[in-house]
Write a new protein. Sequence first.
Length: 287
Amino acid sequence: MKGHKGVTMILVGVDGSQAGLVAVGWAAREAALRGVPLTAAHAMPRWAYETTTGRYAEVARWMCEGGRSVLAAAEERARREQPEIEVRTTFLPDDARVALIAAAKDAELLVVGSHGLGGVRGMLVGSVAYGVAGHAPCDVVVVREPSSPPGAEVVAGVDGSPASSRVLEFAAAEARLLGARLRAVHVRAYPNPGAFGLVEQEDGGDDLLVLKKTIAALRDRYPDVRIVEEVVHGHPAELLRQVASGAELLVVGSHGHSTFAGMILGSVSHELLHRAPCPLAVVRTAR
């Protein structure tokens, strides 16, 4: 079953870390739900990939062997969890961020772990996940293994901007694939940023009206998805982190305005990338 139109493949970055294998498991499930192939990619320095003779040939062979082991482990994990999907593997001879962003041009979704090994073979250290989330040409999911079994809910953080429709479309499609409820949350910052509370406002005013207008058409396209709307006040990153506790997925846009300004390049997105309690989807939106 395909949850999104025009899907070519899902790309997952791996580096041999446990976080990378968790990302593979998530990506494999997503590939099975969408009915598309999964490509596991491992980045390594170009010199090591291309060197076959000379002073550093032995080091290069060792690095390539290590890379093949990483890809083999990723393929085995994917096939064990979702034996029906097509799994491909590939080396990316370049810096991890640069290579993943380039490879993602042929992907509908790029999946990475929240952290990695570090060092020469380390790939998904925080800066890499942060870099691809802000600059990849496709949607990105940063996977963190939840501390408890997730509930059947997808949470979308929206701000009423035109980009919100793209975020909600992605979130609704995922909710339908997962058989989950969609919770659309519009967070407004208090004048005093030190005070916040997860309290739905009885009179949401313009905020609730904007949110209702944004998702009205969505209900027609996804009649089988239960959609819950909330307007809450406080610090956006902290409130979304609270709301998403126990969720299957938290979805935000790559850019926004108002309280979500600079969502991926600013402090709010940076905090969510490091502290989201569940997998975080960063939906590509126009600058």
